[in-house]
Design a protein around this ligand. Structure first.
Ligand code: AKG
Ligand code: FE2
Length: 233
């Protein structure tokens, strides 16, 4: 069952798109190439500040799962939130309420911190079948279908998120949420979802990243059994 590396998804995009589209204040990027939404003021200043403090307590140099090419395309620092962290639980429930995305499909929430000069160069969030570790990353949970990102502060200069293929640049703004779909309706990666975090030129930048999979998030243990993260809605 979970051993079959299929692209089948239990998480159709249509209801998520309909729910986001109906939410007051949500703006959708026009055109059919990329399904991308943004919502200003999703998190208030106080919650953003508390999350930034947590990221500062726990951040360490970022790894890039599935995208290792030998060069460092991501120079930021990452904070892996514990599933039991009340801040992560609060943000995750708000994301689920807004999008209808099922938290059982979610990877644990991450925070990123970029100092001046740090960036995340052009990349895709989903995994490509040609990658050597594709099976390992996708066998149980499938691919990364949605990315939800939240800016936690205003950045003095730089630090925008750029989707070059569709000529869209999004400036960081405290509390603003982005949500985009990485896969097309057949479950294949959408090349137009490729993006980068441009270098921070002044100040610093904090974001939350939360990835959702096609199927409930889990992995195989050493005995080959499926272990699920087990975070319900
Ligand atoms: O920080 C950003 O603007 C983008 C982050 C990103 O692309 C990622 O974490 O995958
Ligand atoms: Fe990304």
């Amino acid at each position: 069952m979970a051993h079959a590396a299929s692209s089948s998804s239990d998480l159709p995009a249509e209801p998520v798109i309909a729910r986001l589209s109906a939410h007051p204040g949500v703006r959708r990027f026009p055109g059919k190439k990329l399904t991308l939404f943004q919502l200003s003021g999703f998190l208030d200043a106080e919650l953003c500040a508390a999350i930034c403090r947590r990221i500062d307590e726990r951040r360490e140099p970022s790894a890039i799962s599935g995208h290792q090419t030998g060069e460092r395309i991501r120079t930021s620092e990452t904070c892996h939130f514990d599933d039991t962290d009340p801040l992560a639980r609060e943000v995750e429930s708000r994301i689920a309420d807004l999008t209808g995305l099922d938290l059982s499909h979610g990877e644990p929430m991450q925070g990123q911190h970029y100092a001046v000069g740090q960036e995340f160069r052009e990349h895709i969030d989903h995994f490509l079948p040609a990658q050597p570790d594709y099976e390992k990353h996708t066998q149980v949970p499938g691919n990364r279908s949605w990315t939800v990102m939240i800016y936690l502060n205003d950045v003095a200069a730089g630090g925008a998120t750029r989707f070059r293929a569709v000529d869209k640049i999004i400036r960081p703004e405290r509390g603003k949420l982005l949500a985009w779909c990485n896969l097309d309706s057949a479950g294949n990666g959408n090349p137009h979802a490729s993006h980068c975090a441009m270098k921070v030129r002044a100040g610093e930048k904090y974001v939350i990243t939360k990835w959702f999979r096609e199927r409930p998030y889990g992995w195989l243990n050493e005995a080959g059994d499926v272990v699920l993260r087990g975070r319900g809605t």
